[in-house]
Design a protein around this ligand. Structure first.
Ligand code: SF4
Length: 150
């Protein structure tokens, strides 16, 4: 049975930059949890960043800067590499990641201005997983993921 890597915040874990979570209440996620298929992962915490932490966005040169101007690219890259490593070790081919995040965003991210402006793009973890053959879906695409993992 296919295991699925899931953003920890979607599972109700308070790991977001502001110490909150974004629980996804969906029957499919509940089913997959009951089946033992879910592996919870937060790339930013795995990369060594604290909770809470400053909000960060990807800027035009690809680096990741906090709202205070600190460069946290290395931490984001480390989190992405650890996510890939977990997928490789557990033969995970699918991920359900939180949309809009500079790590987990699948279709949209913020534009780097810290003004709340979204643009098309992938977060660092979502991008690295996709580049390595792991299909990434956002929480808004959970039904599409279901069709792949059944
Ligand atoms: S890095 Fe991903 S899992 Fe962690 S809080 Fe942000 S969106 Fe959620």
């Amino acid at each position: 049975m296919n295991k699925i890597l899931v953003s920890s915040c979607l599972l109700g874990e308070p790991v977001r930059y502001d110490g909150s979570s974004k629980p996804l209440l969906h029957k499919l996620l509940t089913l997959w949890q009951q089946q033992g298929r879910i592996i919870s992962f937060c790339p930013e915490v795995a990369g060594g960043l604290p909770i809470p932490r400053d909000a960060a966005e990807i800027v035009s040169d690809g680096s990741v800067l906090t709202v205070s101007g600190d460069d946290v690219t290395k931490e984001f890259e480390l989190g992405a590499k650890k996510a890939l490593s977990i997928c490789t070790k557990n033969q995970i081919k699918f991920a359900l990641l939180k949309e809009g995040s500079p790590s987990c965003g699948r279709n949209e991210i913020y534009d780097g201005s810290h003004q709340g402006v979204k643009v098309s793009g992938l977060g660092l973890t979502a991008k690295l997983l996709e580049e390595n053959g792991i299909r990434v879906f956002s929480e808004n695409q959970i039904e599409s993921l279901y069709l792949k993992v059944i």
